[in-house]
Design a protein around this ligand. Structure first.
Ligand SMILES: *[C@@H]1O[C@H](CO)[C@@H](O)[C@H](O)[C@H]1NC(C)=O
Ligand SMILES: *[C@@H]1O[C@H](CO)[C@@H](O)[C@H](O)[C@H]1NC(C)=O
Length: 273
């Protein structure tokens, strides 16, 4: 009798656990990757956008001149050095600094794209490259595989990283994931809050780790920041960025205010539910 009651109790407990789990997104570690196309400023000054990034973003993308520019920018060099000096002690969240390279949907020559990668490596010893304006055409997979391979074989990252992100801006086809070498991560959504409401990943994406997927959502109000991060978790986006910055350039400042908006985002990203 006691045994039967225990079994029922146990079964009920399992049902309760199951119900609670169903109300949460799948559990995985989620990180903020910030397109930080913001001029360098002191990460110790709370009015500086880089203060926010260094207090919550795991990875940042630098973009000095819609690309690396033609010469070292001493302000960027100093920012990168400051971040690197703090990484070992954990005094910044930032563990990876990527350079921005636009590829014009595969129309930029490989020579020109490689020259930009070389500049980022020489100027700032970046930990990898974020490729923008990426084609979703399977005919372009070898073009992008060539660039991914180039990043991997030419990195000067002090920690040996060679990350690559391909920004589709929208869902793309599995052929890119089956190419060797494949990029580490793909932006499957870049758009505003209202567009994100109708976004859903493609079914093939569930067979790849969340770390392969990245959602970028802008023009999100303070009232919607937490629900937007939650939606990205249901989408299994291992990397996310949500901001209230808006078009025409939603990446020219950090989400703000720091204490309400950005910290709410950072806290939500760190939690499962
Ligand atoms: C979102 O973007 C679309 C397309 O650019 C635009 O038509 C719409 O007004 C935008 N809405 C918001 C709320 O940002
Ligand atoms: C951003 O969203 C607000 C509503 O929250 C809307 O009024 C505004 O037009 C949007 N901005 C753009 C550029 O679409």
């Amino acid at each position: 009798m006691a045994m039967a009651w225990m079994m029922i109790h146990l079964a009920l407990g399992l049902v309760l656990i199951h119900t609670a789990a169903a109300a949460c997104p799948p559990a995985f570690t989620q990180y903020i990757t910030a397109p930080s196309y913001v001029n360098p400023c002191s990460i110790d000054n709370s009015a500086c956008a880089w203060y926010s990034f260094s207090n919550g973003a795991d990875t940042v993308i630098v973009n000095p001149a819609s690309g690396p520019g033609t010469a070292v920018d001493s302000n960027y060099a100093s920012l990168v050095n400051t971040i690197r000096a703090r990484e070992p002690s954990g005094a910044t969240f930032i563990t990876s600094i990527l350079g921005y390279v636009a590829t014009t949907y595969g129309a930029k020559s490989l020579t020109a794209a490689k020259a930009e990668i070389d500049k980022y490596n020489t100027f700032y010893k970046v930990d990898g490259i974020f490729f923008d304006e990426v084609s979703t055409d399977c005919a372009k997979t070898s073009y992008y595989a060539t660039l991914v391979q180039y990043v991997q074989s030419h990195t000067k990252s002090p920690s040996g990283q060679d990350y690559t992100i391909l920004n589709w801006g929208t869902n793309g086809p599995e052929c890119f994931l089956k190419t060797t070498p494949s990029a580490d991560n793909f932006v499957t959504f870049e758009g505003n809050y209202s567009q994100y409401q109708s976004y859903a990943p493609l079914s093939y994406m569930t067979s790849y780790a969340p770390a392969r997927w990245y959602n970028i959502v802008y023009n999100v109000t303070q009232a919607n920041v937490v629900s937007t991060v939650l939606k990205s978790k249901y989408n299994r986006a291992g990397w996310v960025y949500v901001t209230n910055d808006d078009s025409p350039n939603p990446f020219d400042t950090a989400p703000k205010p720091y204490t309400t908006y950005w910290q709410a985002e950072v806290n939500k990203v760190a939690r499962t539910c």
